[in-house]
Write a protein that binds this ligand. Structure first.
Ligand code: ZN
Ligand code: ZN
Length: 209
């Protein structure tokens, strides 16, 4: 049976099947790319999850096993509403996309765990034996039963280069990292003082050629 360390469940906060699915998905990505868990800023993950569906727990599992965390800016969301993610690693040609098979999604769907979830009962309130049973379904499945993997040899991505440069906003006086300074009436100011919307997606979208 596949093993997930206890700290990953502690970090996630409750017992559910999707954190383990993400953990296995990330583990398979590391294996297929032939790389180790990231210490620094190596891998970038593009999750196809969105908002308003409970499977997003998967993302904590991916971050736990790969070390490609949100905090290190290695984790982006594409908002497609699919249980899939693309894994890119510097120095390796292309990327790999992993998708949770329809067959496995359908196999899990009738489980008692979701009877509780559909009544809006949170995972921590579901009896442990029910949650553990669906987790065991995930841990005993083979990679092939769980996932389809697609190599994307033409996938390229350029991570944003880090910079420590900053300047004080000429209106509020707070420091702003350089790329976020805006110019208004000849003054270099922060985004809230400029009344602008943040335009982060411009910088972070992967380039697919
Ligand atoms: Zn969860
Ligand atoms: Zn300001």
């Amino acid at each position: 049976m596949f093993k997930i360390p206890d700290w990953a469940f502690e970090f996630h906060g409750h017992l559910c099947p999707f954190m383990p699915i993400g953990y296995r998905m990330g583990s398979l990505a590391l294996q297929k790319l032939g790389v180790e868990r990231c210490k620094d800023h190596e891998m970038h993950v593009f999750s196809e999850m969105g908002v308003g569906h409970p499977q997003t727990c998967m993302q904590d599992g991916i971050m736990a096993v790969t070390g490609a965390t949100f905090g290190k800016n290695m984790f982006e969301r594409l908002y497609y509403g699919k249980i899939a993610a693309t894994f890119w690693y510097p120095g390796i040609n292309g990327a790999i996309r992993i998708y949770l098979r329809n067959e496995f999604q359908d196999k899990m769907a009738p489980h008692e765990f979701f009877t509780y979830r559909k009544k809006s009962i949170e995972p921590s309130q579901i009896p442990d034996n029910v949650s553990q049973d669906i987790i065991n379904m995930v841990l005993t499945a083979t990679d092939e039963e769980l996932f389809t993997t697609t190599l994307m040899p033409d996938y390229t991505y350029k991570p944003v280069k880090g910079s420590f440069n900053k300047a004080a906003c000429e209106i509020c006086g707070e420091y702003v990292f350089e790329r976020y300074l805006r110019v208004k009436d000849g003054k270099r100011i922060c985004i809230p003082c400029a009344g602008h919307e943040p335009d982060e997606k411009v910088f972070y979208h992967p380039e697919i050629h």
